[in-house]
Design a protein around this ligand. Sequence first.
Ligand code: HEC
Length: 165
Amino acid sequence: MKKQFLSVASACGLVMALAACGESAEPAEEAATGAESAEADPIATRQGLLEGMGDAFMAIRGQMEGETDWAVVQANSETIAANAAEFINHFPEGTSMDSGADTEALAIIWEDPEGFSAAHDRLLGATVGLVEAAGTEDMATFQEAAGNLGGACKNCHDTYRKPQE
Ligand code: HEC
């Protein structure tokens, strides 16, 4: 076990590089899937993170309507950025709607991983913009960033999440 880890580590470089390596190389992907399937409940984990992102976005919308407490806007923007970076790590194979599990994740996520990843990249870009805009404490700037973020959520949901009634 230890020996295997060391050989992976030396092939990919230091710890920081391991994650990147795990996402691209075939053999490492097997290792990553193994690690993910050891996770107790990946569906509940990702849904919790997405839910947190939705709640934070609602809190932000509330702040945009009335008197704005920028500290609240900034904290919720940080939550969105953190959850956005993490939820993507909890989509192991076999956890789509087709598996019969209680999830809205469509099978196309695993059929079109590049498209899903591109939709996630767009989200990450939008969260960087959101955090920056929150820092300016300028509402016009922030409104534009919030609009971009909403577009990034919808862009992914339109294709990869079960259509909402
Ligand atoms: C890269 C794709 C992607 C992006 C971008 C994305 N989502 Fe989602 N979202 C999903 C998928 C897939 C599900 C279904 C997950 C499941 O049920 O397992 C989902 C489900 C949700 C849910 C329901 C979670 C639950 O409790 O079942 C909420 C809330 C949500 N997303 C909010 C957001 C918000 C807010 C944004 C933007 C800030 C966003 N999502 C961006 C893919 C995405």
